[in-house]
Design a protein around this ligand. Structure first.
Ligand code: 5AD
Ligand code: SF4
Length: 427
């Protein structure tokens, strides 16, 4: 799509929903600066690599992407290249030294400054690294209303104060700061006015939201906005889940019956060394309460295998928990030591081969559980918020249930934004 006058930006995004949302924010700040998005890197005047450093593998992907874009700059010297996100924050100006073709490095608290950085680098041919942390969230910094869509993420806070011993996030995203509730509600109203039906309130640890209202009250207000049909939230920390939140699912039908609650490990010894602040029993008893009240609730989790000191018995405890809970989905990872984190200095490292074996064993178990769960839906009618057509078939649409399961259905009509009653025939 070339309208002749505009410049084009291509953004490659790695990592979590926070980064996806940040990419949306970058595009909306750049739109005001006369950049329109393109999917074709070779057509871009500006390429940004929005990076993730949660595991070493994620970080390595960034360097290979930069290598690819360097070749484009060899052909087109006017091309501007920047690195944003967690690796930008972590490495700062070191990246400029390492990669002479890089024009800018923009840290996680400076996304709203992208337009001014671009002015600086394009005018004076200066190279810029901007990685200051700010204690407050500035007005307008998180407004992403321009991005829109049937489903939208809305930031309610940034950063994290938990310092789990494996995690780099408190270093790359800074301390926890909550966004004022009024700003959040205004953003959701704008989104709903533009046709958004589902909002996901987003933060590293949403249950410790500290605005003028409690987190459950914020959810209640979000659900009360006209046009909003569904409200979700990620990510919750098991130690901070309150009874008020648990009971809210029963009071407010627009709060989706699903929760992402990272367990990380089923071994109390490992949980303690991770500094998670709960035991496996503590975690299971909160889930029990949720499942007793709302039997249909879907629960997903994150699990790390091969954390330093994780013995065969510890891993078996994780497997036992997974069998007991029957999660609807698991995001599972091999432990990866990260710079600055406490666990990077822990001894008793688990050998890579054993980490791989444990990961495969866990994933095989979860695959069985997921299939069983999907099969249990066959013959039932579910409510699906239709998101749009699938890529593989022009007369097929796709959407999600309130429990966040993907459902595809044949439909000759574009039903995007509708909530349809769908009879499930296959899993
Ligand atoms: N190694 C492996 N997995 C990690 N995660 C966070 N840090 C690490 C690490 N160093 C996982 C956790 C977290 C998810 C987002 O990524 O499970 O919940
Ligand atoms: Fe990382 Fe723990 Fe904070 Fe989650 S709660 S972002 S795992 S430090």
């Amino acid at each position: 799509m070339d309208n002749g006058s505009k410049r084009h930006v291509f953004i490659e995004t790695f990592g979590c929903q926070m980064n996806e949302n940040d990419t949306g924010r970058m595009l909306s700040f750049l739109k005001g600066n006369d950049y329109s998005p393109t999917d074709v890197p070779s057509e871009a005047d500006l390429i940004l690599v929005n990076t993730c450093s949660i595991r070493d593998k994620a970080e390595q992907k960034v360097y290979s992407a930069l290598g690819r874009f360097k070749r484009l700059k060899d052909k087109n010297p006017a091309l501007l290249i920047g690195v944003t996100g967690c690796v930008a924050q972590q490495k700062g100006s070191v990246l400029l030294e390492k990669a002479p073709y890089l024009d800018m490095v923009i840290g996680t608290h400076n996304i709203h400054n992208i337009p001014s950085v671009i002015k600086e680098v394009s005018g004076k041919k200066k190279r810029v690294s901007l990685t200051e942390f700010y204690e407050e969230i500035k007005a307008g910094e998180y407004s992403s209303a321009a991005k829109g869509g049937i489903k939208a993420y809305v930031n309610i806070m940034r950063g994290c104060d938990n310092f789990c011993t494996y995690c780099i996030v408190p270093y790359t995203r800074g301390g926890e700061v909550s966004r004022p509730a009024g700003d959040i509600i205004d953003e959701i109203k704008t989104l709903a006015g533009g046709g958004t039906k589902e909002v996901t309130l987003l933060g590293q640890n949403v249950n410790s939201y500290k605005g003028e209202v409690s987190f459950p009250e914020l959810l209640r207000r979000a659900a009360g906005i006209g046009g909003v049909e569904r409200v979700r939230f990620v990510t919750s920390h098991p130690k901070d889940i309150s009874k008020e939140l648990i009971y809210l699912y029963g009071e407010e039908p627009k709060i989706c019956r699903s929760i992402h609650l990272p367990l990380q490990s089923g071994s109390d010894m490992v949980l303690e060394r991770m500094k998670r602040g709960y035991t496996a029993r503590g975690y299971l008893s909160k889930l029990e309460l949720l499942k007793n009240l709302y039997p249909e609730i879907s629960v997903t989790t994150d699990i790390i295998v091969g954390f330093p000191g994780e013995g065969g018995e510890d891993f078996k405890e994780t497997m036992r928990c997974v069998r007991e809970v029957e999660f609807d989905g698991i995001f599972s990872f091999k432990y990866s030591p990260r710079p600055m984190t406490a666990a990077a200095a822990f001894p008793d490292v688990v050998p890579p081969g054993i980490k791989q074996e444990r990961l495969e064993e866990l994933q095989a178990l979860q695959k069985e559980i997921t299939l069983e769960k999907n099969k249990a839906l066959v013959g039932k009618t579910v409510k699906v918020l239709i998101e749009g057509q699938t890529k593989r078939n022009p007369v097929e649409v796709t959407g999600r249930t309130s429990c966040n399961r993907v459902v595809n259905l044949p439909s000759p009509r574009a039903l995007a934004g509708c909530i349809a009653d769908v009879f499930v025939v296959d899993a």
